[in-house]
Ligand binder design. Sequence first.
Ligand SMILES: [Cu+2]
Length: 305
Amino acid sequence: MDKLGGVFNASSPEMEAMVDLTLFIIIVAVAILGIITIAITYILIRYRRRSADTAEPRQDFGSTKVEIVWTVIPALIVGVFFFSTIKTMYAVNPPFGDREPDLVIIGHQWWWELFYPKSGVRTANEVHIPIGKKLLVRLNSVDVIHDFWVPELGPKIDLVPGHTNHIWLSASKPGVYLGACAEFCGVQHANMRIRVIAETQEDFDKWQEEHRKIPPTPTTGEAALGAKLFQEKACTNCHLTGVGPDLTHLSSRQTLAAGALENTPSNLVKWLKNPEKYKPSSYMPNMKLTDVEVNAIVAYLEALK
Ligand SMILES: [Cu+2]
């Protein structure tokens, strides 16, 4: 399974702001720890009990000056943390007013439904974004609480049934950023992976243009038989209704079933024959297809481009 990128490998302005704040707090905290450790060590040695000491040392009770110093300094430090945090929150999550979302993500057990309202593109599990742009993302769930988390790009955000959340998503350089559902959501929680594919505006536009088109239904050969079976075997009952992922441009995706399998024609055959084996308990039923049927459906799905 692919490894997630680390949070310190920030690849978006949002994540950079969060990492800067984290490092700043860590550095200040370590400096305080250092000062205190040195002070305690010094005091322990300098004022240790010596053999000539017989009486109790001088005792001081109450010093307004000292009280003020040790109240004001920590208050200032906490104040600086407070304002840096507010500034970071604002950088990561600026108000979006009545702007319409650029992308809608809907959590399902155990896959991500993706919809780009402005272009009408529907897909699943692999989010495409243009680099250097902030996308406003609206998140929802149809079943239980899920959580969208791509560590290199930004904070985690819950997908809650009956409640809408928003997040800004961006990437500063092209790449494939891996993420995962970060809220336990059932047996296949671990196989609910996300890929964010950040590309140049040009490549993103091209991707979007291709995904807007409904490919023609094949009329000859195995693929034509597959198209017929796709209707007859009731695949459409789930895959055209949002119960299962949109399969129109499946062949352009890198993985199958939210990261459970690499997307190759032979893995697609395996998946269709026995989804249970690769993603136990997933809501894709074993459709009990014959080899001929599976091959025809794979030919059809591969032909949809
Ligand atoms: Cu989940």
